[in-house]
Design a protein around this ligand. Sequence first.
Ligand SMILES: [Zn+2]
Length: 81
Amino acid sequence: MNERKCAGCGQLKNKDELIKVTRQKQPGSVVINHSSKIFGRSVYLCYNISCIEASFKKNRLQRALKASIPDDLKGKLLNEL
Ligand SMILES: [Zn+2]
């Protein structure tokens, strides 16, 4: 099954339609995972501003990844659009 849930809107979508954000096992940093070659706890987001914004509210991303979110991650995600 290739569907994943967006951490912003909660909709299920095909993995290809979502941005994958992964907490790398080492050194534990949170990165945008374009090729899915990085393994670790991951969340998915739709390619739209509202889902990205929503995922940063109430520390949703931080809680989902159980990691601190780098200050520049939101800007990087918005650059993906
Ligand atoms: Zn979404």
